[in-house]
Ligand binder design. Structure first.
Ligand code: ZN
Length: 438
């Protein structure tokens, strides 16, 4: 299973990696079309100049080619070798200039001399080339250079995609990711790839809740989407922003603004149950699109499971965040953790005890392992814990079943796996000891 998904993820990474994306333009369209093969996205085009809350959709940017050539005509910096070489939204240029004239338009990252930095200038007209410090050091400072950026900024559209997987529970969750970065793997292709895996798995495995998948340019895309779908978005229970989740580092959990929402508790629980370390990142109004979704007008609780979270790894926003940094295996593993968290949301319920006054007598219901026969029946209820633990789990569940504690609480308080709690809940309902109240 994981191997097939790892191959799928790694093929998708190979296909998406070379595309030059920005917040608008053909790179976004091409990316959405590729994702659409699996996710069945509805593609929406929103025109430049349209007001979306306090913002305006910018003009559309596209680029064909760009280079800096020396006097012999040799390209010393070439967009075709790496699309990070041009600052996103660079205005067109076609000029011969001295190194000193060119220098203010060259950006490097001296701390990592081999890396090309990723730079953007969406809302201020400007142009720049980004190159490694080593490339800059190698340029002849006494030469003239031919500098060409064959780009176009004109009225067009902002493109985004969405797809709704409808369930029957009446509850809807958001799975949002962005697709506006050029050739970088962890930030940001890991997000769209893991989202695609989630879509595929939910379709294959079935689901109780509805899941709204959105793939859009970060910030301006999320603002646009909220503005275009205000009523629908206000109905969401919560969601995930899927970003930076395929690196070699540890798993992280950016908490919702509430910090202890069902989503946070689900994420913590599945990592506890998997005995896997999880770095907690309390909510800050900085980061990705949770800033928009959780703003006062919406207050949608949104969380993120990351693996090498943005800001936290040295290759962040550089050319070294590449296909050597992100593997199909890590993408498939992260998708499986997201699915585990989703499985908790799918199965979490609140029950009330039908025997609230003192303990129920488990023995007469064959729930107490006094004989071999009794043990077998209990064993049918749980998958991970042994017989004696199952009695302990039942005691915890009956103790907490006051209509206020959900199954996540029961797993947290008892220390037992959520999966066993959930299985035993069905058994206790059959025995007439619990009643579902939600
Ligand atoms: Zn980024």
């Amino acid at each position: 299973m994981i191997a097939t998904e790892a191959n799928f993820a790694s093929d998708l990474l190979d296909e998406l990696f070379p595309i030059c994306r920005s917040i608008t333009g053909n790179g976004v369209r091409q990316t959405l079309n590729i994702l659409s093969r699996t996710m069945n996205l509805n593609i929406h085009e929103i025109p430049s100049g349209k007001h979306v809350y306090d913002w305006v959709i910018p003009k559309e940017w596209n680029i064909n080619d760009a280079y800096i050539a020396d006097h012999s005509g040799k390209r010393v910096i070439d967009f075709r070798e790496n699309n990070l070489h041009v600052m996103s939204y660079s205005t067109p240029v076609n000029a011969r200039m001295s190194f000193d004239e060119l220098r203010p338009h060259l950006q490097t990252l001296p701390e990592i001399p081999d890396a090309i930095p990723y730079r953007t200038s969406y809302f201020k007209e400007d142009w720049a080339f980004c190159l490694s410090q080593k490339q800059l050091d190698g340029l002849d400072k006494n030469q003239f250079y031919d500098v060409v950026i064959d780009s176009e900024i004109k009225n067009g559209h902002l493109t985004l995609g969405d797809s709704l997987l409808e369930g029957t529970s009446g509850k809807e969750y958001l799975i949002s990711t962005y697709c506006c970065h050029p050739s970088m793997a962890n930030d940001n292709l890991s997000g769209p790839i893991v989202s695609t895996l989630l879509y595929k798995k939910l379709k294959e495995r079935g689901h109780y809740h509805s899941y709204r998948f959105v793939v859009l340019p970060e910030t301006i895309g999320a603002i646009t989407y909220l503005s275009e779908n205000e009523t629908e978005m206000q109905k969401l229970q919560g969601g995930f922003v899927v970003t930076t989740c395929g690196g070699p580092g540890g798993y992280g959990h950016k908490e919702t603004f509430q910090g202890n929402h069902e989503l946070d508790r689900a994420v913590r629980l599945i990592f506890r149950d998997a005995n896997t370390d999880l770095i907690s990142y309390p909510f800050v109004p900085d980061g990705s699109d949770e800033r928009q979704y959780s703003s006062p007008g919406f207050r949608i609780p949104v969380t993120t499971i990351s693996k090498d979270k943005y800001y936290e790894y040295p290759y962040y926003h550089t050319s070294l965040d590449n296909k050597a940094f992100v593997t199909g295996e890590n993408l498939a593993l992260t998708a499986e953790y997201y699915m585990k968290a989703i499985a908790v949301l799918e199965k979490n319920r609140v029950y009330r005890s039908l025997n609230p006054k003192c303990e129920p007598q488990l023995g007469k219901r064959n729930l107490y392992p006094s004989t071999g026969g009794g043990q077998k029946q209990i064993a049918a209820g749980a998958v991970n814990s042994d017989i004696n633990n199952q009695v302990d789990i039942i005691c915890w569940m009956m103790f907490l079943a006051d209509g206020k504690h959900d199954l996540i609480d029961m797993a947290e308080r008892s220390g037992y796996p959520f999966e066993d709690i959930s299985h035993l809940a069905d058994r206790l309902v059959e025995e007439g000891l619990l009643e579902l109240i939600e």
